[in-house]
Design a protein around this ligand. Structure first.
Ligand code: C2E
Ligand code: MG
Ligand code: MG
Ligand code: MG
Length: 285
């Protein structure tokens, strides 16, 4: 009957889901075990400084290339990594790869380019996180001043004090701290005052609103001016259209990131982009 078919179909779908999740866990466990041929790699999305109109840094974005599943989005595998706590070793692998990229930039003389790395609250709260990170920075021979940490504002619903303390320590060592997806969650601008951060990344949700001339326009302008009053730098995420860029420029936003500038790039393409802009002066772009 139809009903029997429906139930059967549902089971098949469920089973497929569970199987897929198992495969992802298996891939993540290989990363955690230090398997050289694991499928974790990074892409780098340029961050454009609006004042100079030059790329001043990159955000490192994790990708998982599974032999069986093909390319898996971080929106799918990061939550699984968090649930299984595999995010801690996987996160160290992300740091390692990002630092290698940073080292290459440094060796080529591009020592003002910063790399921002996404971290989960579970990583930040893991034992010895600060010491282990500083040790890895030393071993990788990169400068703390070239490293940024992105953490989503939803973490402030967790161990706010604990996380804020770690972020403060990292800042003392020269790292930059950015609140990711700002405006979507828990923190308020009033609370930003107590946060040990340098930078707010305005979520794509608000950047999208800039296209429809509604009240949200003012909200974005308010976020920018309030952040500046607190001494924070402002990055707008998910900028896809010239009109958005112009609005953000007019309202004093410091930096933008999005498909308008570039999609996330493989390491070679990211290096090539920096090489190509090195030949041009600040005014020539
Ligand atoms: P996020 O940190 O907010 O990163 C921005 C996401 O927006 C990226 O998605 C990026 O590819 C996408 N994006 C950038 N510009 C545009 C645009 O103009 N239009 C549109 N439609 N999208 C744009 P992605 O790479 O799929 O990453 C998704 C999320 O996964 C990230 O959001 C971040 O929260 C998380 N993630 C990625 N890598 C890591 C990691 O190494 N560790 C942790 N803990 N989370 C990560
Ligand atoms: Mg991010
Ligand atoms: Mg973001
Ligand atoms: Mg996001």
């Amino acid at each position: 009957s139809d009903r029997a078919f429906g139930v059967c179909f549902y089971d098949v779908e469920m089973e497929r889901e569970i199987l897929r999740e198992q495969k992802i866990k298996h891939e993540l466990a290989r990363v955690a075990a230090g398997d050289e041929n694991n499928g974790l790699f990074l892409q780098y999305q340029p961050i454009l400084d609006l004042k100079s109109n030059r790329v001043c840094g990159f955000e490192a974005l994790a990708r998982l290339n599974s032999e069986q599943l093909g390319l898996v989005s971080p929106l799918e595998f990061i939550p699984i990594a968090e649930e299984t706590k595999l995010i801690v070793p996987v996160g160290w692998n992300v740091f390692l790869q990002a630092f290698r990229f940073l080292k290459k930039l440094k060796e080529k003389g591009f020592d003002t380019i910063n790399v921002f790395i996404n971290v989960s609250a579970i990583q930040v709260l893991a034992e010895n996180f600060t010491d282990d990170l500083l040790e890895m920075i030393r071993e990788a021979e990169v400068c703390p001043e070239n490293i940024g940490i992105e953490i989503t504002e939803s973490v402030f619903s967790m161990d706010y004090q604990g996380i804020n303390r770690v972020l403060g320590n990292l800042r003392d060592f020269g790292l930059h701290i950015a609140i990711d997806d700002f405006g979507t969650g828990y923190s308020s601008l009033a609370r930003e005052r107590e946060l040990n951060v340098d930078c707010l990344k305005i979520d794509k949700f608000f950047v999208d609103k800039l296209l429809t001339l509604s009240a949200e326009d003012a909200i974005t302008a308010d976020i920018i001016s309030m952040a500046h009053r607190l001494g924070h730098c402002v990055v707008a995420e998910g900028v896809e259209h010239e009109e958005q860029k112009e609005y953000l420029l007019r309202n004093g936003c410091d930096k933008i990131q999005g498909f308008l500038v570039a999609r996330p790039l493989d390491e070679e393409a990211a290096l090539e982009l920096i090489r190509s802009q090195a030949g041009t002066g600040p005014e020539s772009t």
